[in-house]
Design a protein around this ligand. Structure first.
Ligand SMILES: Cc1cc2nc3c(=O)[nH]c(=O)nc-3n(C[C@H](O)[C@H](O)[C@H](O)COP(=O)(O)O)c2cc1C
Length: 536
């Protein structure tokens, strides 16, 4: 193909700025590109930028008399060798799937007789929404090529799948569809791009770019602040309606073995999961001071014995409740692990014992607060004066937290599982002759960032960061990305999980405090003292 002609429809997403780079790469690769800006797209990039970069006029309206005298939209759609929709917003894909043609972009997509490539970009929840997935499936069935969005940090501060693939990857896809050599086009950039897939962390520049976009979004998308919550005395159910936790889907009973054709394990962020056929990954060694994972060879799991009294060191209550510093305050604490059921006998879990969270709940109650403790599956005694809600899975914990709000302070200590298996198998998965089963994972709700962005955000929101490496950088990043006020960072590479001692650093906006190693009760007392100081 001498000079491939691309018709680029730019939709109204925050990633529209990347279409400018795509235009540059197409031209560098010897292609001709004509841009169509939707009304939404024009909110994010100007026709001037696209015209200057493409060297062609930019079209944005169906009601252009000169062009329409020549049935311009039909001509535009036929002149191209390929129509690329980038970014393909949820709205554009919904219209494409429904056959709606109410502006120039959607009309020419409907009118074209050429292949169409859609490059989606949107918030992770929008991407995962059943409606979007249904539209994508329909478009694929209808012959539209839909690229898989990248996974990572989003402009809005959330994490997951929905980021626009890098322009270099889009150009490679275009070259593949048109069966052309990507050639010199951005050869260096493509090499950089492929290399950039290797490192585990996002480059700093990328992070700061998103940080600034996050700032832009934060200023556009209304998020309630503690002050606003005080002003608006809205009923809880209404307040949470439409928030991210929303209606968490019921676990589906799917009578099927996992799909082996899919990627074996989901990856989250920098973590790359080992394939389940890796014997070392399955039968990994654990250090002698950690409890070995329980066996699920059909035997019933035994409840771990209670080693320590979680109430040890709990302050005696003052006789007059109103003299206690947190009297009249509601403190919400989460503690323990979550268990994510794979089938009726197996689950994904972690080593959290719940001791730190229980100690914090005890200390808050001792200070006079009304305390709600949402506890994962642990066998610890409930501290005095604490209302306890037992849950098992991350989604149950998210629901219970939502029910427990509003609170003045939320201290989220629980080690909530990041992932669960995509399908819950109603029957015990049988051992097979050939290979171990593949587990396809999906992300659990992120309770901390959901509360942080919700309308019932507590005045003081504290998260815990259990890390095994880069403790403080990760904790600082978590505080910022998740919208927490404070992060208590603890290094769990040794025997903190399950142990009685802890060593933490309190990360706040104004600075950081690293405390000496001390008992979990002492950590709880110190933390509650800071909370009292903050609320005073
Ligand atoms: C700041 C901001 C960013 C947005 N980002 C996206 C996005 O990345 N993806 C998306 O599908 N919609 C996004 N939207 C919503 C779309 O702009 C909206 O659905 C619009 O109608 C899409 O227009 P289009 O059909 O011309 O693409 C965003 C809206 C705003 C205000």
């Amino acid at each position: 193909m001498a000079q491939p002609r691309i018709l680029l429809v730019v939709g109204g997403g925050i990633a529209a700025y990347k279409s400018c780079e795509l235009v540059r790469l197409i031209r560098k690769g010897g292609g001709d590109v004509t841009c169509v800006l939707t009304e939404g797209g024009a909110q994010f990039v100007t026709p001037m930028s696209l015209a200057a970069l493409s060297g062609n006029p930019v079209h944005s309206t169906l009601w252009d008399l000169k062009n329409e005298a020549e049935i311009g939209h039909i001509q535009l759609s036929r002149d191209a060798d390929l129509v690329v929709v980038c970014p393909a917003t949820a709205d554009l894909m919904a219209k494409m799937a429904a056959g709606i043609a109410d502006d120039l972009g959607t009309t020419l997509i409907l009118a074209t007789d050429k292949p169409v490539l859609a490059v989606p970009a949107m918030n992770v929840r929008m991407w995962e929404h059943e409606a979007t997935q249904r539209n994508v499936a329909w478009l694929k069935q209808a012959g539209v090529r839909v690229m898989q969005p990248d996974e990572g940090e989003m402009a809005c501060g959330e994490y997951g799948a929905g980021r626009l693939p890098e322009p270099e990857a889009v150009w490679l896809e275009i070259a593949e569809v048109l069966d052309i050599d990507p050639g010199e086009a951005g050869a260096a950039e493509i090499a950089d791009y492929l290399e950039a897939l290797e490192p585990e962390e996002e480059p700093e520049a990328e992070q700061s770019r998103f940080a600034s976009l996050g700032g832009l979004l934060a200023s556009i998308i209304p998020r309630s602040t503690p002050r606003r919550i005080e002003e608006e005395e809205v009923e809880f159910d209404e307040e949470f309606a439409g928030e991210e936790l929303g209606e968490l889907p019921e676990e589906e009973a799917i009578d099927a073995v996992p799909d082996l054709s899919n990627p074996l394990l989901a990856s989250k962020g920098a973590a790359r999961a080992a394939p389940p056929t890796d014997r070392d990954a399955i039968n990994h060694e654990v250090s002698a001071n950690q409890v070995a994972p329980e066996s699920f060879d059909g035997d019933e799991a035994e409840e771990p014995a209670i080693e320590d009294d979680p109430l040890a060191g709990q302050d005696e209550f003052e006789s007059e409740p109103e003299h206690r510093p947190l009297y009249g305050k509601h403190v919400l604490v989460t503690a323990g692990p979550t268990w994510e059921a794979i089938d009726p006998v197996r689950y994904l879990a972690n080593r959290s014992s719940g001791k730190q969270g229980f100690a914090i709940a005890a200390a808050a109650a001792a200070a006079g607060a009304r305390v709600t403790l949402v506890a994962g599956p642990v066998t610890l005694e409930t501290p005095r004066g604490v209302d306890r809600i037992d849950v098992v899975s991350a989604r149950e914990m998210a629901d219970a937290v939502k029910e427990a709000l509003p609170a003045d302070v939320a201290i989220l200590v629980a080690a909530v599982a990041d992932w669960r298996t995509k399908e819950y198998l109603p029957q015990k998965l049988k051992k097979r002759q050939d290979a171990p089963p593949a587990l396809l994972l999906t992300e659990n709700p992120d309770i901390l960032s959901t509360i942080a962005g919700g309308r019932q955000r507590p005045k003081l929101l504290i998260g815990f960061a259990a890390e095994t490496e880069s403790l403080l950088p990760n904790a600082r990043k978590k505080r910022k990305n998740k919208g927490a006020d404070w992060i208590v960072a603890n290094d769990v590479s040794k025997d903190v999980m399950g142990g009685t001692e802890n060593q933490v650093t309190l990360v706040r906006e104004g600075g950081e405090e690293t405390w000496d190693p001390m008992s979990k009760q002492q950590v709880a007392k110190e933390l509650i003292e800071r909370v009292i100081g903050e609320l005073a």
